[in-house]
Design a protein around this ligand. Structure first.
Ligand code: HEC
Length: 159
């Protein structure tokens, strides 16, 4: 009898492990897994970065942005290089389209208003999706951003 219980236990455990391997962890609805932008143009991204006025507050490590500003910036956050926080593709895009979600760089107070929101304006009305794709492509190279290596389509079960 003891033996059977032990065997059932092992079977149950194996089953759990198998379920975990096949189904994976229960996924958060807002998980970034599977998020992937189409390829963009670095050159167009650089143009959009200047045209949208990102250069009002940002310079980029090791990059000459034309035109250089004449007046000193009120807010200055250097993007790219080793000192920045953005590490993943998701973080990079989020910091562009939802800046207050991930506030970067210390000291925070310098870059936020009294409510703790980012001083970076909301570009979602004026930036086209194409510009966002190109800007992500342009900045990615400056950040050594990690792109998720898999998308939903890579997991196919059965026929
Ligand atoms: C008025 C100033 C301002 C403008 C204009 C602006 N930003 Fe920002 N940006 C900030 C500030 C302040 C931060 C740091 C706080 C934060 O993470 O939101 C920041 C952070 C970022 C970060 C994350 C930096 C990091 O290393 O975590 C990215 C990427 C970025 N901005 C891209 C852009 C792009 C692209 C544009 C133009 C479409 C733009 N910004 C326009 C002020 C600005």
């Amino acid at each position: 009898m003891k033996n059977i219980i032990a065997k059932l236990g092992v079977a149950w455990f194996t089953c759990l492990v198998a379920m975990f391997l096949f189904v994976g962890c229960p996924m958060n609805e807002k998980s970034p897994i599977g998020f992937r932008l189409p390829e963009g143009s670095i050159w167009k991204g650089k143009t959009a970065f200047v045209e949208l006025g990102c250069i009002q507050c940002h310079s980029i490590e090791g990059e000459d942005l034309i035109p250089e500003l004449e007046a000193p910036r009120k807010v200055h956050v250097v993007l790219g290089g080793e000192v920045t926080r953005v590490k993943t593709y998701g973080q990079l895009v989020t910091s562009i389209i939802n800046p207050s979600h991930v506030i970067s760089a210390t000291p925070k107070a310098e870059f936020t208003d009294t409510d703790g929101n980012s001083l970076m304006p909301d570009f979602s009305e004026e930036m086209t999706v194409r510009q966002m794709i190109d800007i992500a492509e342009f900045l990615q190279a400056r950040y050594e951003v990690v792109i998720p290596s898999h998308a939903y389509g890579d997991y196919t079960y059965g026929p």
